[in-house]
Design a binder for this molecule. Structure first.
Ligand SMILES: Nc1ncnc2c1ncn2[C@@H]1O[C@H](COP(=O)(O)OP(=O)(O)OP(=O)(O)O)[C@@H](O)[C@H]1O
Ligand SMILES: [Mg+2]
Length: 380
């Protein structure tokens, strides 16, 4: 049983955990050899990722693709399953008509991405991560006005047996108080390494569990915002969701172990390993995507009869489902010429065209191949 300032905490799974202590924990885990080593490894991998992002000629292209991938993985933890292709398609179609209603899962994933973008914009406006910011992210994500939990009844239970595993603190005032303390920790703690803080903050946010639903996804968006806020990244590229998805059962067990036994060391090592591994995958996919862009550029420069330009190649990587209108809007060519360019790229095997409703789309299959090759499959 963990102690807080000598006081015995009262944790029982079916009782609201109103005694949840504020951060930082009263523990010396951060001095252990293993944690120090993992902190160095995670920081090094992150720094390499940050450095590589700085050298990218056009980070926007990669950001779009990577953030869509993250939205897909994070939503999948909640069992909202889509294929990459469905998503690219839904994304392309949602852009042309605001009244377009995609299939349920794809819509949810796009909503996740929208919430993440909104969170980024709001945070960039004043550099702050606040309770209000988290509330608006969750509202956008779940398409609800509900806000902070006001009624009892939110519990985390085992999906198979129905046994209650955890009951978060209850009462809006108490939840707000704990969030306010978390906010202070987010902005003021400079003693612990930021990657360790990330792990602590993620546990704390999930344990407070301020909303009726969407706490996991909002918490995963918070992770990214925090890394940027602390300057460990400049672009939102590192997403822990795939790692969590791959190690889902360990993730849940480790969260519980903090609450039940104060096992911070286990939790922090889990998250630090996640940061290290995720940085490596992300770096590898960025390099792979860049290579695909260069290869497409080389091929079209030498083989296209006319119309090759780097802008054209960048554009087809920015829009995995590209259509004539995209070229026209970007000022690359008029409709007739644009259509000729895209057809030439299809003949070279760079694009594959399909008809969706009234529009012809040119799919950039190299993007999907790059992502598929690199990202590990599900486990757990
Ligand atoms: N024992 C636990 N203690 C604290 N938090 C937990 C525990 N078990 C799970 N969680 C958190 O609760 C989240 C699920 O909460 P909720 O259903 O509100 O979020 P979601 O975004 O809808 O779901 P998901 O995270 O599955 O996509 C998990 O992602 C995890 O972070
Ligand atoms: Mg849920």
């Amino acid at each position: 049983m963990p102690h807080v300032h000598g006081k015995r905490m009262t944790f029982a799974p079916e009782k609201p955990f109103n005694d949840l202590p504020d951060l930082p924990p009263d523990s010396t885990f951060s001095e252990s050899r293993e944690i120090i080593q993992l902190t160095i490894e995670a920081r090094t991998a992150l720094a390499e990722l940050k450095g590589t992002c700085r050298t990218l000629p056009n980070p926007d292209i990669l950001l779009e693709t990577i953030s869509l991938q993250e939205s897909k993985d994070s939503s999948e933890i909640e069992n909202i399953v889509t294929t990459q292709d469905e998503l690219f398609q839904a994304d392309a179609l949602s852009g042309i008509s605001s009244s377009w209603e995609g299939s349920g899962p794809a819509k949810e994933v796009l909503r996740y991405r929208l919430s993440m973008k909104m969170g980024m914009d709001k945070m960039n406006a004043n550099g702050l991560i606040t309770t209000n910011l988290l509330v608006s992210i969750q509202q956008q994500l779940r398409n609800t006005e509900a806000g902070i939990r006001q009624q009892m009844g939110t519990v985390i239970s085992n999906p198979e047996s129905g046994t209650i595993i955890y009951t978060p603190p209850s009462g809006e005032a108490l939840i707000r108080k704990k969030l306010a303390a978390l906010e202070v920790f987010i902005h003021e703690n400079k003693e612990l390494d930021p990657v360790i803080c990330l792990a602590l903050i993620h546990y704390q946010f999930e344990a407070i569990h301020p909303f009726y639903d969407g706490n996991g996804r909002t918490g995963r968006i918070l992770n990214v915002l925090y890394l940027i806020q602390r300057g460990l990244l400049e672009h939102p590229v590192l997403y822990l969701s795939r790692y969590i998805l791959l190690h889902r059962s360990e993730y849940y067990t480790r969260l519980r172990a903090v609450t039940e036994r104060g096992d911070w060391a286990g939790w922090v090592s889990f998250i630090l390993t996640g940061v290290r591994e995720t940085s490596k995958w992300t770096l590898a996919s960025i390099i792979q995507l860049n290579k695909a862009i260069d290869e497409a550029a080389d091929l079209s420069r030498t083989r296209m009869k006319s119309g090759y330009s780097r802008e054209l190649i960048d554009l087809i990587f920015k829009h995995p489902y590209c259509k004539i209108g995209h070229l026209v809007d970007a000022g690359i060519a008029g409709r007739v010429t644009a259509s000729r360019y895209l057809n030439q790229l299809e003949k070279l095997g760079i694009l594959t065209s399909i008809q969706i409703h009234r529009d012809k789309y040119f799919i950039n299959t190299a993007i999907m191949r790059s992502l598929d090759v690199l990202l590990p499959d599900k486990r757990d």
